[in-house]
Design a protein around this ligand. Structure first.
Ligand SMILES: NC(=O)c1ccc[n+]([C@@H]2O[C@H](COP(=O)([O-])OP(=O)(O)OC[C@H]3O[C@@H](n4cnc5c(N)ncnc54)[C@H](O)[C@@H]3O)[C@@H](O)[C@H]2O)c1
Length: 360
């Protein structure tokens, strides 16, 4: 797995428009401005605030994609708009023949996502989905170690995304009160990133079970979820998710990829095989060196795999530029985005019904 475009000198920069200059859209704008392979062409946003952002960036502002395409033809569009707009706006980009990076989730609802992927496939369109951790050197290294066979056959994975989201600054109140309601909790906001990690490192997920609790915050939506996973390759997994937990064992607090979070030398995942196990993101490998050593009475040989950290959002922009130039195929396809959404939907259903839910 490589992030094409990283590490190469580029001459002509591709012109990219960003639709939705909100929280994540502004991050994309920053990364484009710092990029070797891309430049900002314009901003598309309906908010009065966006006029200042566009002025500062020195690019035109459009109120809709329709307006943009009537007046300009960027070489790519990033959709960082609210979830429910991704499908319609993605279809507009496909119809205009413009490559598109769609923020996660690829769609608000599975059926609409299928419609989008089918349209993209019919048109042969370039669609990349914004599961940015797939551009993380940590994830690349973990996948490389698993695929090398160093851990033996996969037995299972223990994962966690346990962190404390402060309820200060109106995070759960006023216009943000949707975060207290079904759909606004950590399954749909956070778990979709972890599903992307799990599918990349361990394999396709075929069934899930889940217990959800709202006992701590008392909101209508879950605050804590215990999840069991069955993988197509026979491995099993267990995952604890909570946004009300005073614990560092999350990707955000261990990967050092987003400096806004406090950082700890801990793991968010342990990937376990028949010969050894791997802590991610510490990259600590504990292995039996021979079959004769495979015993809980014998010590492991341990080492930490070297790793060069980089910002996955920046890598994602270089990758999107390479996809636009025809030098790379999307690392996260429309179907990948859909597969991640299918698993999060299955977790919601499993928690609601108490049943095992198949994802295939
Ligand atoms: N990859 C990640 O880690 C990550 C992180 C945060 C958000 N996201 C995703 O990015 C998307 C945006 O989230 P956010 O937190 O930045 O939201 P936000 O509310 O901060 O920003 C959304 C922006 O879209 C604009 N907008 C609304 N309707 C529009 C329209 N019709 N055309 C153009 N612009 C329009 C809004 O004015 C706003 O500026 C969501 O899908 C979210 O799931 C991804």
């Amino acid at each position: 797995m490589t992030t094409a475009g990283a590490g190469r000198a580029t001459t002509a920069k591709v012109r990219i428009a960003v639709a939705g200059a909100g929280l994540i859209g502004l991050r994309h704008i920053e990364e484009i401005q710092a990029s070797r392979g891309a430049e900002l062409a314009s901003i598309v946003d309906v908010s009065p605030k966006a006029a200042g952002t566009a002025r500062e960036a020195g690019v035109p502002l459009y109120a809709s994609l329709e307006q943009l395409f009537a007046q300009d033809r960027p070489e790519g569009v990033i959709l960082a708009t609210p979830n429910q707009m991704h499908v319609d706006q993605g279809l507009e980009c496909i119809a205009a023949g413009v490559p598109v990076l769609i923020e996660k989730p690829v769609a608000h609802a599975l059926a609409d996502g299928i419609r989008l992927c089918e349209a993209a496939e019919r048109a042969g369109a370039k669609v990349l989905v914004g599961h940015h951790r797939r551009h993380s050197p940590i994830l690349h290294k973990a996948v490389e170690i698993v695929r090398s066979g160093a851990l033996g056959s996969l037995v299972g994975v223990i994962g966690s995304a346990v962190f404390y989201k402060p309820d200060a600054d109106g995070y759960y109140d006023g216009p943000n009160a949707w975060r207290r309601q079904p759909g606004g909790g950590p399954i749909l906001l956070n778990m979709i990133h972890e599903i992307g990690n799990l599918r990349a490192m361990v394999g396709e997920i075929v069934a899930v079970q889940a217990f959800a609790s709202n006992a701590t915050r008392g909101f209508e939506v879950e605050d804590t979820v215990a999840i069991n996973l069955r993988f197509a390759n026979g491995a099993l997994g267990t995952f604890l998710l909570s946004d009300t937990a005073a614990c560092p064992k999350s990707w955000e607090q261990t990967s050092q990829e987003n400096k806004a979070y406090a950082s700890y030398d801990e793991d968010a995942y342990t990937i376990i095989g028949t010969r050894g196990s791997l802590g991610v993101p510490t990259m600590r490998v504990s292995r039996y060196l021979s079959d004769a050593d495979r015993s809980w009475f014998k010590p492991f040989a341990t080492h930490a795999e070297p790793l060069e950290r980089a910002d996955p959002l920046a890598n994602q922009i270089e990758h999107f530029a390479a996809v636009i130039r025809g030098e790379a195929r999307p690392l996260v396809t429309c179907r990948d985005g859909l597969a991640n959404l299918r698993v999060t939907d299955a977790i919601v259903e499993a928690a609601r019904t108490g049943r095992v839910v198949a994802t295939a």
